[in-house]
Design a protein around this ligand. Structure first.
Ligand code: AR6
Length: 175
């Protein structure tokens, strides 16, 4: 099932919320900052413990890592790193699609039945909102179709949009 919610992702009592993080994974601005603030210092400590794959990189662009949610109502935080948008011709669509796929796979592996996504890459990283939403919806639909075909188990996927106009973009795509 796919749902759209307009609001602050840190308030959602779901199994997992997704964080639009950066490769270092130690917090930042935007939704990343909000998630770290609400989860508390333990989230920072947990992120520090995620091994670096190379100096300064805990999570390469397009991949995902999971931690506990600590003070958040959500059980887990899935950290993923969206692409920085240049012109759409430098692998950005594939990288953004990978964020959704890898986050959903990690959620399923950890037994999550509900997951909420922010609009990854569409803030500081500058991805055009409509293009990003199309990729998000396509990947989630693909994942749910494959999952249901396999074990008939529904996962609730929420697109959590901070801004009303972002929610409107998703409403249009899902109608
Ligand atoms: N709940 C839901 N969505 C939110 C919230 C919130 N509390 N706060 C912001 N958004 P951004 P990015 C929306 O910039 O573009 C960080 O510094 C926001 O309106 O958070 O992937 C990281 O550390 C926008 O639609 O993430 C990285 O360095 C969406 O979240 C970099 O920013 C994503 O905006 C990642 O940039």
């Amino acid at each position: 099932m796919i749902k759209i919610i307009q609001g602050d992702i840190t308030t959602l009592a779901v199994d997992a919320i997704v964080n639009a993080a950066n490769q270092v994974m130690l917090g930042g601005g935007g939704v990343d900052g909000a998630i770290h603030d609400a989860a508390g210092d333990e989230l920072y400590e947990a992120c520090l413990k995620v091994p670096e794959v190379r100096p300064g990189v805990r999570c390469p662009t397009g991949e995902a890592r999971i931690t506990s949610g600590f003070k958040l109502p959500a059980k887990f935080v899935i950290h993923t790193v969206g692409p920085v948008y240049r012109d759409g011709l430098h692998g950005e669509p594939e990288k953004l699609a990978a964020c959704y796929r890898n986050s959903l796979a990690l959620a399923a592996e950890n037994g999550c039945k509900s997951i909420a996504f922010p609009c990854i890459s569409t803030g500081i990283y500058g991805y055009p909102k409509e293009d990003a939403a199309k990729i998000a919806v396509r990947e989630v639909r693909k994942f749910l179709a494959a999952k249901n075909a396999k074990d008939a188990e529904e996962m609730e996927v929420i697109f959590c949009c901070f801004a009303e106009r972002d929610a409107a973009v998703y409403e249009k795509l899902l109608s």
